[in-house]
Design a protein. Structure first.
Length: 137
């Protein structure tokens, strides 16, 4: 594993652990509070958020050997595609499922909780890295 792969793996693990813990807790609470619709919403939101945020780390790994302009193009294209696919996914879920089968409120709350957990974990992992950057001191 190269140094670049090592820090990417550290970021991914740092974000994944709090996200999985939040997902497990959310699934349990969703089921206890909203029943099977809360369970389905919690599972779907958890899967959606973890896939959504994992994509950028996969793109970073794929584009590591590209020049900066190509890296920016790949990053922007992947972000645009993620947002477009997320919009399509949410429209499909809204139109093709009944609120009784997937609780919309639970989905939203779990998605926000997992987004917060992922970003907090990723930031924490990033701050723990020793990247060797000059801090100006």
């Amino acid at each position: 594993m190269t140094e670049g792969d090592s820090w990417r793996s550290s970021l991914w693990r740092g974000a994944l652990l709090p996200s999985l813990l939040t997902a497990l807790l959310s699934v349990l609470i969703g089921y206890l509070v909203r029943g099977s619709a809360g369970l389905a919403a919690s599972l779907l939101a958890s899967l959606t958020v973890i896939i959504f945020f994992s994509v950028h780390l996969i793109v970073a790994r794929i584009s590591r050997s590209l020049d900066p302009a190509s890296t920016m193009l790949v990053a922007m294209l992947s972000y645009f595609l993620k947002v477009a696919l997320m919009a399509i996914f949410l429209i499909l879920v809204t139109r093709l499922t009944e609120p009784e089968s997937i609780d919309r409120t639970t989905f939203a709350v779990v998605a926000l909780a997992l987004t917060t957990a992922w970003l907090a974990g990723e930031i924490r992992a990033f701050l723990r890295l020793r990247t060797g950057l000059d801090s100006g001191q």
